[in-house]
Design a protein. Structure first.
Length: 197
């Protein structure tokens, strides 16, 4: 074998050895899933579980805050309604002797009641007519009804729907002040209001 052939053969052997030694690692082409270890899968699953728990906790907190906001709003509305009811219950309008004509103060009170009634459409009103003890029971029942009706009709003029109100007369049966003097009689000639919800 000639020296030249030997050199070529030697170069080929080195080239083969070198090519096997420098073989490239095979990489999975993009888009194909790579094999991951069980530990890595467990770690990824734990991270996903934690993210899901955080998401659920945030959602629960959001729902709880919405519930609390609704409850606060309902409580505020209930307080407003109760304030209105208390205001209406505290209102009394008074009349002169043997009269059912509304005085200016009574018209002002009825204006306020109409505003409450028009603001809270679920309220219904009972208007009670009362008299002092003078006169017959029948006369006082009729006068009490005229007093209640005067308030009723004025409230209708102010925009309160008639089907949300009713009237009742107690005549002289329910005095505020049981004494028999002018001060007591003036207190007893009145219309009062009860609220139905």
């Amino acid at each position: 074998m000639s020296k030249k052939t030997f050199t070529i053969l030697l170069v080929l052997v080195f080239a083969l050895i070198f090519s096997f030694g420098c073989a490239k690692k095979e990489v999975a082409p993009p888009g194909e899933p790579q094999e991951i270890s069980a530990e890595e899968r467990a770690r990824l699953a734990e991270e996903e579980r934690k993210r899901e728990m955080e998401r659920q906790a945030l959602e629960e907190r959001r729902l709880q805050e919405e519930r609390m906001a609704r409850e606060r709003q309902l409580e505020q509305e209930e307080r407003k309604v109760q304030d209105v009811v208390d205001n209406i219950l505290a209102t009394r309008i008074h009349f002169d002797f043997d009269s059912y004509e509304l005085k200016p103060a009574a018209r002002s009170d009825l204006q306020q009641i109409s505003e409450h009634m028009n603001s809270f459409n679920n309220l219904r009103l009972v208007i009670e007519g009362h008299c002092d003890e003078r006169g017959t029971a029948e006369y006082n029942l009729a006068l009490g009804e005229r007093r209640a009706r005067a308030a009723y009709e004025f409230l209708i003029l102010l925009g309160v729907q008639s089907n949300r109100m009713q009237i009742v007369s107690y005549g002289e049966e329910r005095p505020l002040d049981p004494r028999s003097n002018e001060t007591a009689w003036a207190q007893n000639r009145r219309a009062e209001f009860k609220v139905l919800q």
